[in-house]
Design a protein. Structure first.
Lengths: 221, 219
């Protein structure tokens, strides 16, 4: 199964959600943000190399940590040389080898945001309580519709009780998982570690576990 | 082609929910038509009929083994069945959307050619600064100074950098990538016996490196 974590606005927490969802699902998380890579990386082939045909998808997956990661490159030249359309085959190859893939999609509505939705079976839009994020999240939801990527859950990140989750669910047409603003998440993300691994008893970790359970229940359908 | 339907009545409007399942081994084109005694109020996007919808129903391709969820409204009362599969035929010959189509439709996200530096290795600080490196990620943990990482492997091979000055992107105590790659290549060739060219190059590099090392220690 391929799940795209998406959301039109930058900074809403897609990478945090993607990292934690992949950890909870025992999936590989792929950083598909070709020009603003966000997930932790280390020496070795990365998604730029894979999309430029210099490396196999599977050899670029880093194992051994809390979660398996296929990181993205961080240079303009690498982004330029990559063929974004190769992402579809890349994700399929990782899925064949590992079973489940979570794609950290970039912000916006251009092809780099559309291609993960095109390739994915399901989508998790991420928003924060502010109007700009919600508006962009709804646009992403529309884009997901055009690619038949069903919305499993909407993540209302950094929830501060200023909006009703029922209203968000009605707007997006899907149930909401609200993840609270928390020091545990901020500290974990600063360390590049998923909070479900670093602080599994935290409220945020429990919400990510709920999200993973919802995704799993769709997987068997 | 299998069709399941549900209807609900809300404020004098019948809401019809359908699931069309293609149980065949091939992609099939299907036409689903409304059987209720009233017009189809189809879903709209920006005021226009959503893709595949018209006044009598929906037409589209359902991939092999897959299904489509459809919904529409109608002012007429509900009846059973509310809709039917009018046409179901193999969809061979229809070109499905490819990733290349998506790229063409939504716009190439790559940075323009002019934005890519032509001299020297690509610098990672061209884009966002690299995040901190966690133990959570597999692979060797590199020693770093500050938040900068080394230039990407696999990009254009690093040409010689003229002039002095600090070389951004190289962490303390690490051999520059181009030098390390050359040394690795020489080491591999040594397995077959050293060439005279390698011997001369190694001697020249060793002499120069030693001279520079002594100068650096004197400061």
């Amino acid at each position: 199964m391929i799940v795209a974590v998406a959301g039109g606005k930058g900074g809403v927490g897609k990478s945090t959600v993607a990292l934690n969802l992949a950890t909870a699902l025992d999936a590989v998380v792929v950083d598909a943000d070709l020009t603003m890579a966000d997930l932790p990386t280390a020496h070795g082939p990365d998604l730029h190399d894979v999309l430029a045909g210099r490396a196999d998808a599977v050899e670029a997956v880093r194992e051994g940590g809390a979660v398996d990661v296929l990181p993205c490159g961080r240079s303009l030249a690498g982004a330029r040389a990559a063929d974004p359309a190769a992402l579809d085959d890349t994700l399929a190859a990782v899925e064949r080898a590992y079973g489940a893939v979570v794609v950290d999609s970039p912000a916006g509505l251009s092809a780099d945001a559309g291609l993960p939705l095109f390739a994915a079976d399901a989508c998790v839009p991420v928003t924060t309580p502010d109007r700009a994020a919600m508006a962009d999240g709804l646009r992403t939801r529309e884009l997901a519709r055009t690619f038949d990527a069903s919305v499993v859950r909407v993540v209302l990140n950094r929830n501060n009780e200023t909006v009703s989750t029922a209203d968000v669910a009605a707007a997006f047409g899907a149930p909401v998982v609200a993840v609270p603003e928390s020091d545990a998440v901020a500290a974990a993300q600063d360390g590049g570690v998923p909070v479900v691994a670093s602080d599994p008893s935290s409220a945020a970790a429990a919400r990510f576990a709920d999200l993973a359970a919802a995704v799993q229940s769709c997987r068997s359908v | 082609m299998h069709l399941e339907s549900t209807t609900r009545r809300r404020a004098d409007v019948t809401l019809v929910e359908l699931v069309v399942t293609n149980e065949a081994d091939e992609d099939r084109r299907v036409r689903v038509e409304n059987c209720l005694d009233g017009p189809v109020w189809y879903p709209r996007r920006s005021g226009r009929a959503a893709h595949g919808w018209d006044e009598s129903g929906y037409e589209g391709v359902v991939p092999a083994g897959d299904r489509r969820a459809l919904g529409y409204a109608c002012p007429a009362p509900a009846s059973d069945p509310p809709a039917r599969v009018a046409v179901s035929e193999p969809a061979a010959g229809d070109d499905p959307t490819t990733a290349a189509d998506v790229l063409a439709d939504l716009g190439d996200p790559r940075p323009p050619r002019d934005a890519v530096p032509v001299e020297g290795p690509p610098e990672e600080e061209d884009i966002a600064p690299a995040p901190r490196e966690p133990d959570a990620v597999g692979g060797a943990k590199r020693s770093r100074s500050g938040a900068r990482d080394r230039p990407d492997a696999g990009d254009e091979p690093a040409p010689d950098r003229p002039g002095g000055g600090g070389r951004p992107g190289v962490s303390d105590g690490e051999v520059p990538r181009a030098v390390a790659a050359w040394l690795d290549a020489v080491e591999r060739r040594l397995a077959d016996g050293a060439t005279s060219a390698d011997r001369r190059a190694l001697a020249a590099v060793a002499d120069r490196a030693e001279a520079l090392r002594r100068r650096a220690s004197d400061r």
